[in-house]
Design a protein around this ligand. Structure first.
Ligand SMILES: Cc1cc2nc3c(=O)[nH]c(=O)nc-3n(C[C@H](O)[C@H](O)[C@H](O)COP(=O)(O)OP(=O)(O)OC[C@H]3O[C@@H](n4cnc5c(N)ncnc54)[C@H](O)[C@@H]3O)c2cc1C
Length: 637
């Protein structure tokens, strides 16, 4: 299949505005004739559902949470980017575009990234108008801080709770529409199948998680805003419930999956402390504005941090990357932390951690200043570790945090299935091989508030829809298939809790498909994952039944999909014989240990097409061409 990215012609700065002009509009009085299902109520889904309803379309909003507010987006801490240049420090749309493209190791589309930078400013205006309480400076202007991969301050924030405040804004907009009757919200429904009729996405089948009843929903278009798939690795900073089922089911119905191996490992997480842990906690990147990362210069040094004098500390990021220092991008900071620990410089009981130290900032600005900026993060660290980070440095280690891969979409955010749009972290997005901090919130809200509402209108205006009801044979077939699948889970009657199997998968993924990958390890993972899959289908113990609340059954469905996705992820990582961003192949590195890309062979998006359960997926390539930015080795020195 030819992948058509549908990037508009014309100069970079004009592409989106001229595309907006050229797209067809739907007359306001005709809009109520069109309907859309939005799956997910995180920042991407809530903003899209609210905006589409505000335009006048009929919207069905679905979430497995009992309230839109519980979406994983609520966990976002550090901030959201926009090149407002209030700090007068040289920021611009072009600089944000450049930083993002470079930060992603040149594995994203120029046109998309430019559009993202272009619309990011109005997101801030929109959110301020909604009442989002961004931090302000003494004069009352919005305050900003810096994030990795940038030398300007462009990150707007609300303490360490930015996602929560933004989601409350989007949720208010959504609630207004629910109240007005333009959005029908269905909580505790898990989308488990996509329904495609005459080649177009026309509906979904959900399991009502309270009653177990399978329900069909029909519309003219389906929008997936279902978040990322980092939990394939079992341990991650993502919400425990975040899963890949919606996008995986769509993949199996014909939507291509792009760059599945591009996984972000975040450098500042609380280290793993034991075998029974089910979740990892992020310490926001914003902390790297004022915290300094270091390890002892002596290997195996077990002195308390306060006992290690200044000249016996190695502030290795400041030493290796003097220009960016502690604010190098996440992929670089993560690999260097791992390298330090692997070489024996790690700290803490497990020696798998480095220090993030605020002593200097506290001396400079006082404890109160730190409390105001990062108070909730310090409290969180204290709650989890029982250590006081104001007195002793935090211990941090990298962890899986975000997935840059996802369903392939064209410039209009439409997947390879007509009528199936994918937004937010669920699509393969604009971040290339590595996402810069504070860019996910920007992308999710750009997609939901300002891009999808235009492009979906064009789709509605250009498409003829047959009238359809949920008794259509495709709905009946999808429901029957799902009932059989659920029956298979319950019939396994093995011995292992599904969680244990997920944990085993996670270990394989972290060991062989994690922060550093090599051919031998990836081949091993591709041998081990099918074995675990077999273990699942022969020995999982899915207790209870299907006609009421059954959390084990919910988990089983999600883990079955993670097991399949894990294989695609490893397969993609094996085929890409280069290092770029979050994908580091040990075989491909510079003498200084930096990622060594191969632009001649791999400057493309890998879009995988499902063939059948027993055949390898088919690789489709979307070449990436760069007219405005010169490809070069990423340097943060
Ligand atoms: C701890 C943490 C901190 C972060 N901090 C920042 C930050 O400071 N800045 C930044 O830019 N980014 C940050 N990120 C990343 C950012 O939070 C996420 O990428 C973003 O919020 C994803 O939003 P989303 O709307 O795409 O998906 P989500 O918020 O994950 O929402 C997914 C929605 O889909 C629903 N859903 C999923 N599957 C189904 C299904 N099958 N059926 C029904 N409903 C379904 C869920 O119920 C939920 O409503 C952070 C991430 C983490 C983990």
């Amino acid at each position: 299949m030819m992948l058509e990215s549908k990037i508009p012609d014309g100069p970079l700065e004009k592409k989106w505005s001229s595309h907006c002009f050229n797209m067809k509009l739907v007359n306001p009085s005709n809009r109520r004739k069109y309907s859309a299902i939005v799956v997910g109520t995180g920042l991407a889904g809530a903003s899209a559902a609210a905006s589409l309803a505000e335009l006048g379309y009929k919207v069905i909003s679905i979430s497995y949470h009992e309230s839109p507010r519980r979406a994983h987006s609520i966990a976002a801490q550090g901030g959201i980017n926009a090149p407002k240049n209030y700090a007068n420090d040289g920021d611009s749309v072009y600089r944000l575009f450049y930083d993002t493209l470079k930060g992603g190791d040149y594995r994203a589309r120029e046109a998309n990234v430019y559009r993202l930078a272009e619309v990011s400013g109005i997101i801030i205006d929109q959110c301020v108008a909604q009442g989002v309480p961004f931090a302000r400076d003494y004069a009352g202007y919005l305050d900003m801080r810096s994030f990795g991969g940038a030398q300007v301050s462009r990150t707007f924030y609300a303490r360490g709770q930015t996602g929560q405040q933004l989601l409350l804004g989007a949720y208010s907009a959504l609630s207004r529409q629910i109240g007005a009757g333009t959005v029908k919200f269905f909580d505790r429904r898990e989308m488990m199948e996509l329904v495609v009729v005459d080649g177009m996405a026309r509906g979904v089948i959900c399991r009502n998680l309270r009653t177990g009843v399978m329900e069909s929903y029909v519309a003219d278009a389906v929008i997936l805003a279902t978040g990322g798939y980092g939990n394939t690795f079992y341990l991650s900073t993502m919400a425990k419930a975040s899963n890949a089922t919606a996008i995986w089911r769509a993949y199996k119905k014909g939507a291509f999956f792009a760059n599945p191996c591009f996984t972000q490992i975040h450098p500042t997480c609380i280290p793993v402390s034991g075998d029974y842990q089910s979740k990892l906690t992020l310490m926001s990147e914003s902390l790297r504005n004022d915290g300094r990362i270091w390890v002892p210069k002596k290997q195996g040094d077990s002195r308390a941090p306060s006992q290690i004098p200044e000249d016996e500390r190695d502030y290795y990021l400041e030493r290796l990357y003097p220009s960016f220092g502690n604010l190098v991008p996440r992929d670089v900071a993560s690999r260097r932390a791992k390298e330090m620990c692997d070489k024996g410089f790690g700290v803490g009981k497990t020696k798998m951690a480095v220090y993030l130290d605020f002593t200097d900032a506290i001396k400079r600005n006082g404890k109160h200043w730190i409390e105001e900026k990062y108070g909730n993060l310090f409290d969180m660290y204290h709650e989890i570790t029982a250590e006081d980070p104001y007195a002793d440095p935090m211990r941090i280690y990298p962890a899986v945090h975000y997935t840059m891969g996802g369903l392939w979409v064209d410039y209009n955010l439409m997947s390879t299935i007509p009528g199936l749009f994918v937004i937010g972290e669920a699509n393969f997005s604009d971040h290339g091989a590595n996402r810069l901090g504070a860019s996910a919130l920007m992308q999710g809200l750009a997609d939901g508030y300002f891009i999808l509402p235009y492009t979906i209108s064009d789709y509605f205006a250009r498409t003829k829809f047959s009238s359809l009801a949920t008794d259509h044979p495709e709905f009946t077939k999808a429901k029957k298939g799902l009932a059989e699948r659920i029956g298979r889970f319950l019939a396994i009657k093995g011995k292992q809790p599904v969680n244990e199997i997920h944990k085993k998968l996670g270990k394989i993924m972290w060991d062989f498909v994690g922060m550093e990958r090599n051919e031998k390890g990836l081949k091993k993972a591709l041998k081990l994952i099918p074995e675990i899959k077999k273990e699942f289908w022969t020995d999982a113990n899915v207790i209870g039944d299907s006609d009421n609340l059954n959390v084990e059954l919910e988990k089983a469905g999600r883990i079955a999909d993670f097991l399949e996705l894990a294989e695609l992820l490893a397969f993609d990582a094996l085929h890409r014989k280069e290092s770029c961003g979050g994908h580091f192949r040990e075989e491909c590195q510079t003498p200084e240990g930096e990622a060594l890309r191969n632009d001649k062979k791999y400057a493309y998006t890998a879009a995988w097409e499902f063939t059948s359960d027993d055949k390898e997926p088919k690789l489709n390539k979307e070449p990436l061409t760069f007219e405005y930015v010169k490809l070069s080795e990423r340097s943060y020195k």
